[in-house]
Design a protein around this ligand. Structure first.
Ligand code: ADP
Ligand code: GLC
Length: 472
């Protein structure tokens, strides 16, 4: 089979979160299973672009509404990622340093999708499946079904994976002419609550819809930022497939970001060396449990609760632990997490920003990773943490529910709580401190964590089953 993934992110080219990790990994495993996987994404001005060799494979022009634009498709020459990687260059729109966050994101991702479909219509053959990810690419299934000029593509099966239904890419109807001349009878497919809703249009138009954990699949029918009724209606074509992790990129024995490598056999020594280095860098106590948070500082991740939960934990549990936070996001949360450093110096520190290397060092050096998420479709952090022998403290939601079993249950290896609240987080921190102080039990659990298998093999197989079910 030949599968074309279309995505806004792909690690290591450009990544803002888990979407990048998944699109950087799944195609490798599809290739390893004997299939042809390709990825096409926007050509942002990232380091990866400048450090690699590219060849031009297609150049053309088309319309975004009334604006004529040129686009170029380039391909990484050496196939270094283990799959064909294509970038779409559109000057003036995609040639930026960041992936998201510009006032013209609607125009940027709309023109990207149009360019991809336009390019595809010039192929001599068709891919067997087009697999799109999240709202930035979710109009493609609609376009190939209902835009007159792309009718030749209409029979290609499409799969939409929802990594996060909170973001839907809403577009005002006044911009409907951006979509290349389409069948006007289909306006209802684009519409959700009087807006063009790309995610909703993708759910209605794609042949199959997947999301990234079983629990999230169920939760979307109860709470999905306004799309609940649609998920209920379309549940017959929706499947939950838990993400895997790329165990080659995330390998404590070989991770190039770490100074001290370790395996299950050398866990105590390796974790200690990594923890000592982190504590020295951030002025923390290496003999106390180190609890870290890594992620986007947004409401979904309950990052707004961190200042109070960290403060309460330090105050009420007698500073028996340290905290280290890495993240960026909402300015007021960033501000509070920075300000607290002075008050809790020696017990708490933070780094505001995105730092891939530090994130690896934190998974390796921490004792516990906190994820109090309000919404977590899958969550990769907890799986990375476990692979590096770090005990997850997670709220029971979405993929966190599906991947972490509480130590109070048979075979359990993590600490789970029910509410995204300061009280529940503080209580989980208390349980973590107690566990840490029982060194024998703590050590046994860390060993157990490192042996868990969250690799892609199984999940890639499930995606293949989905693709196969769509072929004639
Ligand atoms: P989401 O995609 O919702 O942000 P995931 O848990 O699926 O959440 O994936 C987050 C990914 O982004 C992980 O690889 C995590 O290590 C990484 N990440 C998040 N914030 C940062 C940051 N500030 N610095 C480095 N890596 C980060
Ligand atoms: C999204 C989700 C996250 C998931 C990731 C990869 O960003 O918020 O939970 O792990 O996508 O699927």
């Amino acid at each position: 089979m030949e599968i074309l993934h279309v995505s806004a992110e792909c690690y290591p080219v450009a990544k803002a979160g888990g979407l990048g990790d998944v699109v950087g990994a799944l195609p490798k495993f599809l290739t390893a299973a004997g299939h042809i996987a390709k990825v096409v994404m926007p050509m942002y001005r990232t380091k990866y672009l400048y450090e690699h060799k590219w060849e031009v494979v297609h150049k053309s022009s088309t319309y975004l509404g009334n604006t004529w634009f040129d686009y170029t498709i380039i391909k990484e020459s050496k196939n270094l990622l283990g799959f064909d990687l294509y970038l779409v260059d559109i000057n003036g729109l995609l040639d930026r340093e960041k992936i998201y966050g510009y006032a013209d994101d609607i125009e940027r991702f709309m023109s990207f999708q149009i360019a991809v479909v336009d390019w595809l219509s010039s192929w001599k053959h068709h891919p067997d499946v087009i697999h799109v990810h999240d709202h930035h690419t979710a109009l493609i299934p609609f376009m190939i079904k209902y835009c007159y000029q792309y009718q030749a593509l209409a029979d290609i099966p499409t799969v939409l994976t929802i990594h996060n239904a909170q973001y839907q890419g809403w577009i005002d109807w006044s911009k409907s002419d951006y979509i290349p001349h389409w069948d006007g009878w289909r306006w209802g497919t684009l519409d959700w609550n009087n807006m063009i809703n790309p995610l909703a249009a993708g759910i209605k138009s794609a042949w199959k819809v997947t999301t990234v954990s079983w629990s999230y699949l169920y939760e979307m029918r109860q709470e999905s930022n306004g799309l609940e009724a649609l998920f209920e209606y379309e549940k017959g074509k929706c499947v939950g497939i838990l993400n895997g992790i790329d165990t080659k990129v995330w390998d404590p024995e070989k991770d190039s970001y770490l100074d001290e490598h370790f395996s299950v056999k050398t866990l105590e020594k390796g974790k200690k060396a990594n923890k000592d280095a982190l504590c020295a860098e951030f002025g923390l106590h290496p003999d106390k449990p180190l609890i870290v948070f890594i992620g986007r500082l947004v409401g979904e991740k309950a990052a707004d609760l961190l200042p109070a939960a960290i403060g309460d934990s330090l105050y009420f549990i007698d500073q028996r632990m340290n905290f280290l936070v890495l993240g960026s996001g909402e300015p007021d949360v960033e501000y509070e997490l920075s300000n607290m450093r002075n008050y809790w110096m020696g017990y708490y520190n933070s780094r505001i920003g995105y730092n891939e290397k530090l994130s690896h060092q934190m998974y390796a050096g921490a004792d516990f990773l906190l994820m109090p998420s309000r919404v977590e479709p899958c969550g990769l952090n907890q799986m990375y943490a476990m692979r590096y022998g770090t005990v997850p403290l997670v709220r029971r939601t979405g993929g966190l529910r599906d991947t972490v079993i509480d130590i109070g249950e048979p075979g359990g290896y993590g600490i789970c709580f029910n509410q995204a609240s300061v009280g529940d987080i503080t209580n989980a921190v208390y349980r973590a401190v107690e566990l840490y102080e029982d060194q024998e039990k703590f050590s046994k659990i860390r060993r157990q964590l490192m042996k868990l298998d969250f690799s892609w093999d199984n999940s890639a197989e499930q995606y293949l089953d989905v693709y196969k079910s769509l072929l004639p």
